[in-house]
Design a binder for this molecule. Structure first.
Ligand code: UD1
Length: 363
């Protein structure tokens, strides 16, 4: 019996591991698939609700590392994960995405000569100010099997000289979860917040470049205030953003058209995404989810590691220039919508492809 340990740490990891876990269950006579949760995200609303929604089993290992500086968080994960690897001796360690837990666990496995699988390999924003970019580049460099979601990933890895026999274009496991759970969505959240389908804006902002400076955060809220005169806005607030809003005394709930709320679980958030007229975000995953659902999306970042969402999808990358973003939002509310298509291989079967390839490689 072969053994694979998959790693989850932060919110965007859970929906990527769920379809992979399901796919490995088909081979349970050949491979034992174990899940290690590093505890990078630990709040009920950032973690547990996702395990429930996504029908993930309780993790086999919980490292409980919590928050800290990048070095502290990465180091703590490495120290704890090494103990698990020494005891369990897995054949493969599987990591997803680009969070600190991704690089911490890959690096730990590499030093113990355990093969690494990176799901969502090859994405590049070419912006080293993003901690995720460093995590992506380094994880890919030491991975043994690299599973890619979009064509740009193939080109980036080729350009970096990665041995192509290790690279597989399989599609997008995050979209596997979306496709699987779409029919479980309901109108609960719309009722709760008094929203009508196609008649509200959904906002998520948590990147340091948008929320860590008082000046940018003040400008962002000025823009949201103005746009909220045209449409209701729902803004589930990430813990990092909330902390900064409080610190800068910017938390103001007097505008009834700008609804601030706590982070929302997977299926409820999917319902809100599906029914939104427009999404304003700096998230990576939401750029992909909105593209799949054909929902208009404005990304408030200067670069995207997911260019397919702009090339063929409904996403517009508008940088940190908020005047430009505000104008684009008003255009969309006036009916000038960007047409979009679903990218190649985003068909709900990426995890099945990954499991099939890995089973072949393990045998
Ligand atoms: C991390 C990822 C980012 C991802 C995001 C999704 C890295 C480098 N970044 O950023 O790519 O888009 O998750 O959410 O890994 N906090 C809580 N409760 C929690 C988790 C965090 O209160 O459950 C607060 C803490 O104050 C913490 C801060 O949020 O210091 C930031 O958390 P952290 O895990 O460092 O990074 P994120 O900003 O969440």
């Amino acid at each position: 019996m072969k053994k694979i340990i998959s790693v989850v740490g932060a919110r965007p990891n859970f929906m990527k591991i769920a379809p992979i876990h399901r796919a490995f269950l088909k081979y349970k006579d050949q491979v034992q698939h174990l899940i290690c949760h590093t505890g990078q995200h630990y709040d009920e609303k950032m973690s547990k609700v996702f395990f429930d929604d996504l029908e993930l089993p309780k993790p086999d290992f919980y490292l409980g590392v919590g928050s800290g500086s990048h070095a502290e968080q990465t180091a703590k994960v490495m120290i704890e994960f090494e103990k698990i690897l020494l005891k369990e001796k897995p054949d493969l360690v599987l990591v997803v995405g680009d969070v600190n837990s991704t690089i911490a666990c890959s690096l730990t496995a590499a030093k113990l000569h355990i093969k690494i699988v990176h799901v969502e390999a090859g994405l590049r924003s070419f912006d080293k100010n993003m901690p995720e970019e460093i995590n992506r580049v380094l994880t890919d460099r030491i991975s043994d099997y690299l599973f890619v979601t979009e064509k740009s990933g193939l080109e980036n890895l080729k350009h970096e000289g990665v041995d192509y026999s290790k690279v597989f274009f399989v599609g997008n496991v995050m979209i596997d979860s979306l496709a699987y759970y779409l029919n479980k969505t309901n109108g609960r959240m719309l009722d709760k917040f008094g929203l009508e389908p196609q008649n509200y804006i959904l906002v998520t902002l948590h990147r340091p470049s948008n929320v860590d400076s008082k000046e940018q955060l003040t400008k962002l809220f000025g823009m949201l205030d103005r746009i909220s005169q045209k449409r209701k806005i729902l803004f589930p607030i990430h813990p990092r953003t909330l902390k900064n809003l409080k610190e800068y005394s910017l938390l103001d709930e007097s505008n009834k058209n700008l609804i601030l709320t706590e982070p929302i679980g997977y299926i409820d958030f999917l319902s809100l995404t599906k029914n939104a007229e427009l999404i304003l975000t700096d998230s990576g995953g939401i750029q992909e989810e909105s593209t799949y659902l054909g929902v208009q999306c404005i990304t408030l970042r200067t670069s995207t590691e997911r260019p397919i969402t702009v090339e063929v999808g409904t996403n517009q990358l508008l940088g940190n220039d908020l005047d430009k973003a505000e104008n684009a939002a008003l255009e969309i509310l006036n009916g000038n919508r960007k047409p979009g298509k679903i990218p190649e291989l985003w068909d709900g079967k990426a995890a099945e492809r990954i499991a099939e390839i890995l089973i072949q490689k393990l045998n």
